[in-house]
Design a protein around this ligand. Structure first.
Ligand code: SF4
Length: 381
């Protein structure tokens, strides 16, 4: 079932590694909220019915900067044009430096039923390095406050392989985090995205990335620790306790439809991928003129769809070859026989019963394995 993504582009401070679109100048938040409402209304004119959606995700940026009253206005508009399923998963991303119990209670009353809290680390020095606005204590307190406000589905983000990090450091963060029993943990390897201050520091030699072996050791430690603690690794970076997988992300990964609103938001509807302008002024100008703030769109080719299927399938629960044969008229194993045998011999994939999945070792090298398989199909699709 489709989902909706809303991008709220304001943050108190930029974290050095972040390449999501956000700004720290808050003077336009009210104007943004009004434009967002107008954008939703404009988009709804293209709809001939009220689509039923089963997930709603407020990301950013820092949507937990929103007051419940502001959130309510946006929700009211959404509800005019979309039907929310009875069991809708409604996530709001929270920065621990912006949390108050009364605000969380307000969100809860509005139907938010899943908080995604950016913990990132529980070591003061690492948080400082990442330029986060909160302390470890505030990060843990955020989980507690979420529980007190009545949330029984709390996801937490952790970043690992911060330069200089050792297994003992991630062990410290994970052990302390696990005491709070989050329902879901997303554990991301720190990436050095072009254009971020972190990337520039690396280029100028101020910061050095961890060696691949250290990365691999830490990733393995994270996977083992979370799996041993009862979490299911249902995607390379995502771990769910007691079945609390993120429905919204599963929909992305399964190639489902998602509507998107707000600056820089990406959507996928009727086989067309589209993305909104990042530039706030451009976004405001277009919406004021009653034009959708879409910067670009593309119809995915058969090959792009297959590549996405391979990438997302391998990152999650594997690829069903029969399904691929039916949908794309391509025998992926026959086309890739030599490569598949090689990857299986290297213990990077398991291949059985028309189903290919990455092994633990394969998860570590997922990008490499996926690009090799995709390169092989280029001659046939
Ligand atoms: S709080 Fe989140 S969105 Fe904002 S800069 Fe930091 S990582 Fe990026």
């Amino acid at each position: 079932m489709p989902g909706i993504y809303i991008h709220f582009p304001f943050c108190i401070k930029k974290c050095c590694y972040c390449d999501f679109f956000s700004i720290t100048d808050m003077k336009n938040t009210e104007k943004f909220n009004n434009s967002l409402i107008r954008e939703i209304r404009l988009y709804s004119e293209k709809l001939d019915s009220k689509p039923l959606v089963s997930s709603l995700f407020f990301g950013g940026g820092t949507p937990s900067l929103m007051k419940p009253e502001e959130l309510e206005l946006i929700l009211n508009e959404l509800k005019k044009h979309f039907q929310f399923s009875d069991d809708i998963e409604f996530t709001l991303e929270c920065n621990p430096g912006t949390i108050e119990k009364s605000k969380l209670e307000g969100y809860k009353q509005l139907g938010v039923n899943r908080l995604s809290i950016g913990i990132q680390s529980l070591i003061p020095k690492e948080l400082e390095f990442l330029e986060r606005i909160h302390s470890p204590e505030e990060a843990l307190k955020a989980i507690e406050t979420g529980r007190e406000a009545g949330f029984d589905n709390i996801s937490t983000d952790i970043i690992f392989s911060i330069p200089g990090q050792k297994v003992k450091d991630i062990r410290y963060s994970l052990e302390n985090l696990l005491k709070y029993k989050p329902n879901h943990i997303s554990a991301y390897n720190l990436t050095f995205e072009k254009g971020t201050p972190l990337y520039n520091s690396m280029q100028s030699g101020k910061v050095r990335r961890n060696d691949d072996e250290v990365d691999a050791e830490i990733f393995e430690y994270v996977s083992d620790t979370l799996t041993d603690a009862g979490y299911e690794q249902y995607e390379v970076s995502n771990f769910a306790f007691d079945g609390k997988k993120c429905r919204h992300n599963l929909n992305y990964w399964n190639g489902g439809t998602y509507f998107a609103f707000g600056t820089s938001a990406h959507g996928y509807v009727n086989g067309i991928r589209y993305w909104n302008h990042k530039n706030l002024k451009k976004y405001f100008d277009l919406v004021e003129k009653d034009l959708l703030p879409i910067e670009g769109s593309e119809v995915l080719t058969k090959r792009q769809i297959l590549e996405e299927k391979i990438m997302l399938g391998l990152r999650c629960e594997g690829l069903n070859m029969e399904e691929i044969k039916k949908e794309f008229q391509i025998d992926l194993i026959a086309v890739n026989q030599e490569l598949i045998n090689h990857l299986a011999n290297e213990k990077l994939i398991e291949n059985g019963n028309q189903h290919i999945r990455l092994t633990r070792k394969g998860y570590l090298l997922s990008d490499e394995v996926i690009s090799k398989i995709c390169a092989e199909i280029s001659s046939v699709v």
